[in-house]
Design a protein around this ligand. Sequence first.
Ligand SMILES: C[S@@+](CC[C@H](N)C(=O)[O-])C[C@H]1O[C@@H](n2cnc3c(N)ncnc32)[C@H](O)[C@@H]1O
Length: 327
Amino acid sequence: MQLGSGHWAAMTLSVAVRLGLLEGMEAGPASARELAHQHGYHADSVERLLRGCATLGVTREVEAGVFGLTELGLVLLPSHPRSLRDAIVMLTDPAHWHSWYQLEHTVTTGQPAYQKALGVHNVFEYFAGQPEESERFNRSMASLTRAFVQQLKGAYDIGRFALIADIGGGHGQFLGALLQDAPNSRGLLFDLEAVLAGADQELEALGVAGRVEKVAGSFFETIPAGADLYLLKHILHDWTDEQCVQILEKLAAAMKPGSALLISEMLLAEPPHFSPAAMMDLNMMVMTGGRERTASQYEKLLQSAGFKLTRLLPLEGPNQLIEATYA
Ligand SMILES: C[S@@+](CC[C@H](N)C(=O)[O-])C[C@H]1O[C@@H](n2cnc3c(N)ncnc32)[C@H](O)[C@@H]1O
């Protein structure tokens, strides 16, 4: 039942977070009725929602109708350094919710669920018409990067590259965090125009805005030339093999001799092993028509665009690093 009612849990958490109810317990336990009163919400429903959250382990009922946060609940506060608040909200936003409802359509026909659910050619086209949801998606991507970036930073010597370009870099959280450790390097943040518009705040907060040039465009058309290191973080998994080769070919045209490419993705374990990336693979199938891949599938993909996989940096946790050069 817990597995089958997973969508109850997702929506319960998401609503508690969206409505700012967990923040109301940041300073200590609070009465559900008082919280409801402060926000103008329906008191009995708020109390029942927070009791549901207690069952999920994010709140605890310290006395009748009074709730505090557990350690797990703290991670859902916006103030937590590795807050997953924005990701929890994104997972129940319309793009995800409606697309997952069409999983059956994909499994029976092979057609991407999001096309049926959202009526668009690709999900980024949908986001272009939904500025608020898009902003939440971009913030969520930044928060997921923040949660894992320490590990990625420690694994690769970034400081030797003068110019680092993050292709599809979103709000620049990954690039910015890397530049913090590479004081002599400069950055180039490349993404769709509407997405870059939201990057300044993130780059300022990371203290690197003065060293980052923002360039708007599509990686299916052209990628800025001349960087010493190119980053593709959670880009290739959004696209089919054919589309990935198109992106990699544009990248090859932009690279100069000696440029390196660093890819960050979850890796599927080689079959038949169990792999946590398998659920993310389903999410990609539903949301973007892309897929998660094994290390050897990435190697083949890179080869078919003329790249050579030079190093696989094994990391603990879901995000791995693959280094490649253009052969
Ligand atoms: C899954 S997000 C990853 C964001 C970021 N690299 C990260 O790891 O947090 C995919 C990114 O690709 C960008 N994107 C999608 N289509 C693009 C295109 N045609 N050209 C450039 N960027 C694109 C999106 O705007 C988004 O920022």
